[in-house]
Design a binder for this molecule. Structure first.
Ligand code: GAP
Length: 519
């Protein structure tokens, strides 16, 4: 993998065009004019998204002793969403034009027009800003009505009767099922505090103004963990020690209030100065930044930003977002709220179920705290990896997508130099595809075929040439460096495994050769 400094800046619209052209992501139902806020992942996009999710699950669930997963249903008892507060207050403020009746999200309109943070502003302040700055409808120039709340929950009816009693909601987050199933999961998996329950899956929000391609959709996926700790042990994180020297770019609430610049800090300094209040929050923020870096993202494009008081959700004591420098500015990539015992208490109150745990030490019942809730959108993570991988390589004359091999939708392409070599190449392809996602391409010049593979991020190409029959070897080409080595047929599979898992460098993969086949 090349150092993570190769990305070329392109706009979000250019990225959407690239994703569509190459088969990563399409606008949903485009033949009918599309549907705002809905997208379909194409052949390469769905492979890459699966790779991303599998790696997240491996790192966050199967390789940890303290986290287990669930896979809950999308529609759940409506009382779950009453208890969580979503039915009552999961809303954005909406502006309606008096003339053309266009409806837009108030805070993002203010942010775009006035370049000030408006997330979390209340209705009177928004109305004041709109009036003072004479902000008008972007479509027809008309004046706005007073802002109103717009609940983002999608509703449906369950069963044959369509009335108020049959209303149910498509989940707006995966999170609540970890609370609703808390008791069963804890008992089944015999979990002791501290522990986490993870889930990944679809979430739905009727966003007023879906925008920026995959960044704000109406249907998306989340990968979330509710991490439960003993309420008296918010500062006893057994994992934080090994992260103390990890450097984060920090933008806390006071820096934002005082107009100061963000700054780099180690986890140790952030904790010692009280910038990050709990060890658990510090651990998860560093862990999540590192997950992106470990998959090839550029760490310089990440920062952690603390919510200022006005933007905190109804359930949060303290929230930090992991943010990424998108082409349209620093934006939330992952939210990480300290939800205390808000959700469990709410579900205890509304369901009357006992969701406490027995603390062996104090011989008392406790309601665990969720001290940090790493909540990541799959689609935003997908965008990050695409942006950081994209390079318009002028020297090569084509785009090179430097995707980490773990994420790459195609791991290896097999290319016969001429049609006479198709059978041998097909045999190699058929044996490799049992192990890796593999692509066979016999059309066009070899240079054109390399370029096509560069553009979709395939880390390795194997060329079968006239020498193959004599020396029982093939040419293997590295996407990032374009270096080539000769590898014996019987060693191809093992060599690719070693390369994909980072156990060898490309130079160690075989006998170096000049770029004989690269023309
Ligand atoms: N359970 C907490 C929760 O859902 P959130 O900050 O509302 O918190 C978490 O959402 C993450 O889900 C966000 O950081 C983002 O990555 C993703 N997300 C939220 N709304 C989204 C949308 N409309 N489109 C795409 N991703 C979204």
């Amino acid at each position: 993998m090349a150092p993570d400094t190769h990305s070329t800046t392109l706009s979000i619209d250019e990225m959407a065009t690239f994703c569509k052209r190459k088969g990563f992501v399409y606008p949903n139902s485009e033949i009918y004019g599309g549907m705002a806020g809905f997208f379909d992942y194409g052949p390469l996009g769905s492979e890459m998204k699966n790779n991303l999710k599998q790696n997240w699950w491996k790192v966050h669930v199967t390789s940890r002793d303290d986290v287990v997963g669930i896979d809950g249903s999308i529609i759940t008892h409506p009382k779950v969403w009453v208890a969580s507060g979503h039915v009552g207050s999961f809303a954005d403020l909406m502006l309606t034009c008096t003339k053309c009746k266009e409806k837009i999200r108030a805070d993002t309109h203010i942010e775009e027009k006035l370049k000030i943070a408006a997330d979390g502003m209340k209705a009177p302040q928004i109305n004041g800003i709109i009036k003072d700055n004479k902000l008008m409808c972007p479509k027809c120039g008309g004046a706005f009505e007073e802002v109103e709340d717009f609940n983002l929950m999608f509703t449906t009816n369950v069963g044959p009767k369509r009335n108020d009693e049959s209303i149910a909601y498509l989940r707006p987050e995966t999170a609540q099922l970890m609370f609703a199933d808390f008791r069963l999961v804890q008992e089944n998996a015999r979990l002791k505090l501290p522990f986490g329950i993870a889930q990944m899956g679809r979430a739905f929000r009727n966003e007023i103004s879906p925008r920026a391609f995959l960044f704000r959709c109406r249907e998306f996926e989340q990968m979330e963990i509710e991490y439960f700790i003993h309420p008296d042990k918010v500062n006893d994180c057994p994992y934080v020690a090994e992260w103390m020297d990890y450097e984060l770019t920090v933008y806390d609430a006071s820096m934002q209030r005082e107009g100061k610049e963000m700054k780099k800090m180690t986890v140790k300094d952030a904790l010692a100065s009280g910038t990050i209040k709990t060890q658990w929050h510090a651990f998860w923020l560093a862990h999540e930044t590192e997950w992106f870096r470990s998959l090839g993202a550029n760490k310089e494009n990440f920062r952690i930003r603390q919510h200022v008081d006005t933007e905190k959700s109804h359930y949060a004591l303290d929230t930090w977002d992991l943010e990424y420098k998108f082409p349209f500015g620093w934006k939330e990539l992952q939210g990480m709220a300290n939800r205390t015992d808000f959700d469990l208490q709410q579900h205890i109150k509304h369901s009357k179920a006992d969701l406490s745990l027995f603390d062996e030490e104090t011989k008392q019942k406790v309601i665990p705290y969720v001290v940090a809730e790493p909540s990541q959108g799959v689609d935003r993570a997908f965008l990050v990896f695409m942006f950081d991988a994209y390079e318009d390589d002028k020297e090569r004359g084509n785009v090179v997508l430097h995707l980490h091999p773990t994420l790459a939708p195609i791991k290896v392409a097999v290319l016969p130099l001429t049609n006479k070599l198709n059978d041998e190449a097909k045999r190699i392809h058929d044996s490799l595809r049992k192990e890796f996602s593999c692509f066979f391409d016999k059309s066009g010049s070899i240079g054109r075929r390399y370029a096509r593979m560069d553009e979709v991020g395939t880390p390795y190409c194997i060329t079968v040439d006239f020498e193959t029959e004599n020396d029982r070897s093939v040419t293997m080409r590295d996407r990032d460096s374009t270096k080539q080595v000769r590898v014996r047929l019987e060693r191809i599979q093992e060599t690719i495994w070693k390369l994909l898992t980072g156990r060898i460098k490309f130079e160690q993969a075989g006998t170096p050769i000049q770029k004989a086949a690269d023309n």
